[in-house]
Design a protein around this ligand. Structure first.
Ligand SMILES: Cc1cc2nc3c(=O)[nH]c(=O)nc-3n(C[C@H](O)[C@H](O)[C@H](O)COP(=O)(O)O)c2cc1C
Length: 237
């Protein structure tokens, strides 16, 4: 085991922060490391909005009352972004076609890879954070708050800061249920109750619902309409 792997294996999301800033040179290093993630054809189809002001964090918290947002020293909004692409396309072509599922995958995947690099870099410097995806449930309001133009959309944010909490890493599914050899291996449904038990043992008294109940809440009903509505408005669908 080396330092990098040790760091990756000790990740846990931090949602409570001390009232301490992130040093400017650290933030620069973190963002630069994040930027070195791979991206589709090096298009780098994402942008990051660095939010430090109390007013902006409070305004976002009003839309999405998650404590991590207002306690964060810095909130990084990851934006799927084909706005820059439009400028490049119009140097060569009359038509611009940013819309479609594959383009959404390109922008979301680019943003996600950069975000994971960013969070890991922050953790390596002793900071902590949590990815905040629920802001897509108020996508239009978030787009308005941050003046997101056409061909862009909020993918998620990262609340970052100096950790004010410590807890054991959250258990993952057994590797063999996620990593298959040579072919896809559909799982026997018995894995569900087994993993519910693993999660319940981890959460202890803090548990409110089971892992599979949370999966059912998410995927047992039609998705929230908010993301699609904003994507249509911003000409990405
Ligand atoms: C795309 C994405 C969106 C997420 N959105 C939220 C969120 O809105 N609020 C939150 O508290 N955690 C959020 N999380 C954090 C996950 O709940 C967390 O990573 C997961 O439970 C595993 O826990 P761990 O990161 O502590 O290992 C999100 C994670 C991802 C990858």
């Amino acid at each position: 085991m080396n330092e990098t792997i040790r760091l990756m294996k000790s990740h846990f999301s931090v949602r409570r922060f001390k009232d301490e800033a992130i040093k400017e040179e650290d933030l620069n290093e973190i963002l630069t490391a994040g930027q070195m993630a791979s991206s589709w054809k090096n298009f780098q189809s994402y942008s990051v909005i660095v939010v430090k002001s109390k007013e902006k964090k409070e305004a976002l918290y009003d839309l999405l009352p998650q404590e991590a947002i207002r306690q964060a020293a810095v909130f990084l909004l990851f934006v799927g972004d084909l706005n820059r692409a439009e400028k490049a396309v119009h140097l060569h072509e009359k038509d611009f076609h940013p819309e479609g599922v594959d383009n959404l995958l390109i922008t979301s995947v680019d943003a996600a890879l950069a975000a994971q690099n960013t969070l890991l870099a922050a953790e390596s410097l002793g900071y902590g954070g949590v990815i905040i995806g629920m802001l897509r449930y108020c996508a239009e309001e978030v787009a308005t708050l941050f003046h997101l133009p056409d061909y862009t959309y909020p993918v998620f944010g990262i609340a970052l800061g100096v950790p004010n909490q410590d807890h054991p890493v959250k258990p993952r599914l057994p590797l063999k249920q996620v990593v298959f050899q040579e072919d896809y291996q559909e799982q026997d449904p018995s894995f569900v109750s087994a993993f519910d038990q693993v999660q319940a043992d981890y959460a202890g008294a803090r548990a409110t619902d089971s892992w599979s109940e949370r999966v059912a809440t998410q995927f047992g009903q039609p998705e929230e309409a908010t993301t699609k509505a904003l994507l249509e408005k911003h000409k990405l669908l």
